[in-house]
Design a protein around this ligand. Structure first.
Ligand code: AMP
Ligand code: MN
Ligand code: MN
Ligand code: MN
Length: 287
């Protein structure tokens, strides 16, 4: 069953400044067309799309929330922490994001080496084309593997080669969750633990992560993302109450080719949740 509903606010989206398919301006247009009034841009480890997004948002009369999604590591898990309401000019944040992109540059080389060892065609150049700063993320590799005829769909490229535990997965020394929270706070932002149910953790392990995140100064859980099932939403709402966290909601939209995710469409936030947006100075609007 599809629980997605149109919403006035979408606090998690990607442009071509990371692994999204639409340029930042087109992404703001898509939000306006969908009836969204407040939209964040949260590219992976990059704030490079925010200036273009801001100009487009002004033209279309919608409010942009400056965001970023920082790659972290907690034990064996790759974790994402979203920063909302950040100052993209913050020198500390810029310096740390530069280091993240350097990690990504090195990781891309290693992924290419692993694919080569598997006897696959060399797709590094193709993957780098159109990738931000010429540094391909895993979805750029997935697209290149599809273009080269190695895989039929991007998700097959993840399932066979790129996902954790698969032969072209490269473990990366991302910073800890505490560090990402500290960078976001230094830039004046609110730290949100992104899509907590995507980490394939046991409930005990997930709760430990949430506690650690809250103790580090994290202020919100992403209780709702597109297609989030009702049981998960309820569990996360419960964690918000237990750890005095606010609740965020975002589609994690990456572009039109993932037809099951649309801008501004996601399940409703449970009424017992305290939304994150007042912390960003945003009052509730109607769609
Ligand atoms: P990276 O930041 O390079 O590690 O790539 C992570 C991104 O790959 C995520 O943000 C998603 O956009 C995408 N992704 C992760 N897992 C999958 C999957 N199983 N199928 C399709 N896309 C995925
Ligand atoms: Mn992504
Ligand atoms: Mn993510
Ligand atoms: Mn995301």
């Amino acid at each position: 069953m599809n629980h997605n509903l149109p919403s006035w606010i979408d606090l998690h989206r990607h442009s071509t400044a990371s692994d999204g398919e639409l340029a930042a301006a087109a992404l703001m247009d898509a939000a306006a067309d969908a009836g969204v009034r407040v939209a964040a841009l949260t590219d992976h480890d990059s704030v490079a799309g925010l200036a273009e997004a801001r100009a487009a948002a002004a033209q279309r009369g919608l409010q942009l929330v400056n965001g970023v999604e920082i790659s972290c590591r907690s034990d064996a898990h790759d974790i994402h922490v979203v920063g909302l309401g950040i100052d993209p000019e913050c020198p500390l944040l810029q310096e740390r994001l530069g280091a993240q992109m350097e990690r990504r540059r090195q990781r891309a080389q290693q992924i290419a080496q692993r694919l080569a060892k598997l006897g696959l065609p060399d797709v590094l150049a193709q993957a780098a084309e159109g990738a931000p700063q010429g540094i391909p993320a895993r979805p750029h590799f997935a697209r290149a593997l599809v273009a080269a005829g190695v895989c039929r769909q991007e998700k097959d490229a993840f399932a066979k080669y790129l996902a954790q535990g698969k032969p072209a997965y490269v473990k990366t020394e991302w910073p800890g969750v505490e560090e990402a929270v500290a960078w976001i706070r230094a830039a004046g932002g609110i730290a949100v633990l992104a899509h907590p149910h995507r980490y394939k953790m046991t409930r005990t392990r997930l709760e430990r992560l949430i506690r650690q995140f809250a103790e580090a100064g994290g202020q919100a859980l992403e209780v709702v993302s597109a297609n989030q099932d009702p049981a998960s939403v309820r569990q996360l709402a419960g964690f918000c109450t237990r750890y005095q966290l606010t609740a965020s909601q975002g589609s994690d939209y990456h572009g039109p080719s993932m037809r099951w995710v649309q801008v501004g469409r996601m399940p409703a936030l449970p009424s017992e949740c305290r939304p994150v947006w007042p912390l960003l100075g945003i009052q509730e609007l109607s769609a």
